[in-house]
Design a protein around this ligand. Structure first.
Ligand SMILES: Nc1nc2c(c(=O)[nH]1)N[C@H]1C(S)=C(S)[C@@H](COP(=O)(O)O)O[C@H]1N2
Ligand SMILES: [Mo]
Length: 387
């Protein structure tokens, strides 16, 4: 008897009430790491601190291994381009904030069992490459084109379905300029690192991570809607496993705080001293430009407008915001909430969906403010006086 994986297209499992994070989720979490939240301070995320999500294995591609990108399907002139041929096209660099569609999943009840992100599946990089629309123009898209399908070099099994990682975009998005989709060969001025798609990946500014196909080897124009697993089974907003569901597309607005003060090792709870505490963070939205960030230091009862730094024309990158908090001894809960120019904002009570996608619940950051004399609020000697 062969070993059975899971039934083909079995729905993802929901955790039982009070079921802790299991070994399967731990195994995913150790491979797919998040952004340490203190790194929200950087405009561009330093190498190695950008979050990573890979469904299967990172393909091994030797430094000097030839790589060809095929552009085919419903086109007049199919192309096969090596990296030198791609570099001969006009080069564009765009600063883009990427966020995994599953960010926030582990905060849901019941918890969809998958990569258990809290809020840290985000990062910002400068991506350099060729606008996809130029490659498609060179190939000559046929008038009956509907979708453009992107195939990565990675291969695996997901809920019983063996597959190459594949995603599609509607042809008008693939050939559009708002956003301008890139076939990227560089990240932050250097070759793509293995975990981020070496040597080629798609960048779809403003869309959740699943659209940004890594280890890109084929672009295929189709005259029928693409129905691959990652398009019609995964990445849909559903209440019940049997629902058709809405596709997950653009990034909903979110603001995150750089955790203030210093952390407790195990709980990660924050500790500050009384007085003026600088608060800062980042805000982004793939739907429309961020227009405001509000901060609460009293668990969401009252809100103050933060100072939002200029976007400098970088539509697809997160923006820094800051404000000062006059902290008094005791326990506090800090939150930040972003709103964009179309009025999209973040919920205080998160609507639930079965895959745990597009969760943008307002972040809650518990903070303990010590007494000025270094005791804790109960009058016990606190950290400052301990050796
Ligand atoms: N080929 C391929 N591309 C992929 C994935 C993958 O598993 N295989 N994961 C996607 C998902 S779900 C996300 S969130 C982003 C993560 O990109 P990063 O690891 O560079 O941050 O890559 C996307 N592109
Ligand atoms: Mo993702």
């Amino acid at each position: 008897m062969g070993h059975r994986l899971v039934d083909a297209s079995a729905p993802a499992r929901l955790a039982a009430p009070d079921e802790g994070i299991g070994r399967d989720e731990l195994a995913l979490a150790t491979r797919n790491h998040g952004l340490p939240l203190e790194a929200l301070r950087y405009d561009v995320t330093p190498p190695g601190l950008h979050y990573v999500l890979t469904h299967y294995d990172i393909p091994y591609v030797a430094e000097d291994q030839p790589w060809h990108l095929i552009v085919g399907g419903r086109v007049r002139r199919p192309l096969e381009l090596d990296l030198a041929a791609l570099r001969a096209f006009p080069e564009v660099t765009t600063r883009v904030t990427l966020e995994c569609a599953g960010n926030g999943r582990a905060l849901l009840t019941p918890r969809p069992v998958s990569q258990p992100w809290l809020v840290e599946a985000v990062g910002t990089a400068e991506w350099t490459g060729v606008p996809l629309r130029l490659l498609l123009a060179e190939a000559g898209v046929e008038p009956d084109a509907v979708d453009v399908v992107f195939t990565g070099a990675d291969h695996g099994v997901e809920r019983g379905v063996e597959q190459d990682y594949q995603r599609s975009l509607p042809v008008d998005v693939a050939t559009g300029t708002e956003p301008e989709v890139l076939v990227a060969y560089a990240m932050n001025g250097g070759p793509l690192p293995p975990q981020h798609g070496h040597p080629l990946r798609l960048i779809v500014p403003g869309w959740y991570g699943m659209a940004h196909v890594k280890w890109l080897r084929e672009v295929a124009v189709t005259d029928v809607p693409f129905t691959g697993f990652q398009q019609t089974v995964a990445y849909r907003l559903r209440q019940d496993a049997g629902d058709e569901g809405e596709p997950v597309t653009r990034i909903d607005p979110r603001a995150l705080l750089v955790p203030p003060g210093f952390p407790d090792f195990m709980s990660r709870a924050r500790v500050v001293r009384p007085g003026q505490v600088p608060l800062e963070g980042r805000a982004w939205s793939g739907r429309a430009p961020v227009t405001g960030v509000e901060v609460s230091t009293d668990a969401g009862h009252t809100w103050r407008r933060a100072e939002l730094e200029p976007a400098d024309g970088r539509r697809w990158a997160w923006r820094r915001w800051h404000l000062t908090w006059d902290a008094s001894p005791g326990e506090h809960v800090l939150s930040a909430r972003a709103t964009d120019s179309e009025g999209h904002t973040q919920p205080l009570d998160q609507p639930w969906n079965r895959g745990g996608f597009a969760v943008n619940l307002v972040q809650r950051v518990p903070v303990l403010c010590l007494e000025g004399d270094g005791t804790d609020p109960a009058g016990q000697p606190a950290y400052a006086s301990r050796q």
